[in-house]
Design a binder for this molecule. Structure first.
Ligand code: IPE
Ligand code: MG
Length: 231
C-alpha cells in the first residue's frame, strides 16, 4: 500500500464528545489525549515518517480562560509523562508555532522533549502548538526581509520562500485528516497544504482510533496525485 510520508491531523470534536455525555469540554480534551497516544504509536508502528498534530491554534487563546488553562496543563502533563515512552519507540519530537506566549514551564518541557529525542530516527512527531498558518506566513515574510537583500527579493520564488518557514526540513503533508465532520482548514498549514490530499472523518477525536486512521490511509493509497500536471 502506498503510504503517505507526512500525515497531519486536525484533532477536532473533543468538546462535542464531552457535551454529548453531559460533561464539560475539558473532560473531552482529557479523553482526546488517549487518541493522541494511540495514533502516535500506530503511526510509528506503520513506519510513517512525519506526523503533525494540530494541538492548539493561535485562535484557541480566545476560548474561556478555564479551557485554555486546562489545555496548557494537559500539554505540560503529556510532555512530562510520555517522553520516556516516545524515546523508547525511537520517536523524535519537535514543535511548530509561536513560542512567545507560552509559560516557562511549558517551554522547558518542550525543550526537554526536543533535546531528549533529537537523535531518534523513527517517526518525527510535530506538535503544532500556538500555531496559525497565517501567522507562519507573516513570520516567514519577516524572516525573509531580514535575511535577503532587496536585489535577492526580485528572485524570490516558492522554493526559496519554503526555506524560511517554521520547519523547512519537514516535507509538506501528503495527507491532512480532519475529524468530527467539519470541513475547514481552521488556519492549519495554509502554505504547506497546497497539494495535500484531504480526508474527513465523522468520528469525534476522543473516539478516533487505529481503525479510523487506517481507513484514511487506505483511501489515500487509492488516490492519483497529479500536482497540476496531466497523467
Ligand atoms: C479539538 O476539539 C481540540 C482543540 C482545539 C484543542 P474542540 O475543542 O474544537 O471540540 P469541539 O469542536 O468544540 O467539539
Ligand atoms: Mg472544534
Amino acid at each position: 500500500m502506498k503510504l503517505p510520508i507526512h500525515v497531519a491531523i486536525v484533532m477536532d470534536g473533543n468538546g462535542r464528545w464531552a457535551r454529548e455525555r453531559g460533561k464539560n469540554r475539558i473532560f473531552g480534551h482529557k479523553k482526546g489525549v488517549e487518541s493522541v497516544r494511540k495514533i502516535i504509536k500506530h503511526s510509528s508502528n506503520l513506519n510513517i515518517k512525519y506526523l503533525t498534530l494540530f494541538s492548539f491554534s493561535t485562535e484557541n487563546w480566545n476560548r474561556p480562560k478555564r479551557e485554555v488553562d486546562a489545555l496548557m496543563k494537559l500539554f505540560v502533563q503529556l510532555l512530562a509523562k510520555e517522553i520516556p515512552e516516545l524515546y523508547k519507540n525511537n520517536v523524535k519530537v519537535i514543535f511548530t508555532g509561536r513560542k512567545t506566549r507560552l509559560s516557562r514551564d511549558l517551554l522547558d518541557k518542550m525543550e526537554n522533549a526536543e533535546q531528549v529525542t533529537k537523535h531518534n530516527t523513527g517517526l518525527t512527531l510535530v506538535f503544532a502548538f500556538d500555531y496559525g498558518g497565517r501567522q507562519e506566513i507573516i513570520d516567514t515574510c519577516i524572516e525573509i526581509c531580514k535575511k535577503l537583500k532587496s536585489q535577492q527579493l526580485d528572485f524570490l520564488d516558492t522554493e526559496e520562500f519554503s526555506k524560511h518557514l517554521y520547519l523547512p526540513q519537514i516535507p509538506d503533508p501528503d495527507l491532512i485528516i480532519r475529524t468530527s465532520g467539519e470541513f475547514r482548514f481552521s488556519n492549519f498549514l495554509l502554505w504547506e497544504a497546497a497539494y495535500s490530499e484531504l480526508y474527513f472523518s465523522d468520528v469525534l477525536w476522543p473516539d478516533y482510533d487505529e481503525n479510523e486512521f487506517d481507513k484514511a490511509l487506505k483511501n489515500y493509497a487509492e488516490r492519483e496525485r497529479r500536482f497540476g500536471k496531466v497523467k
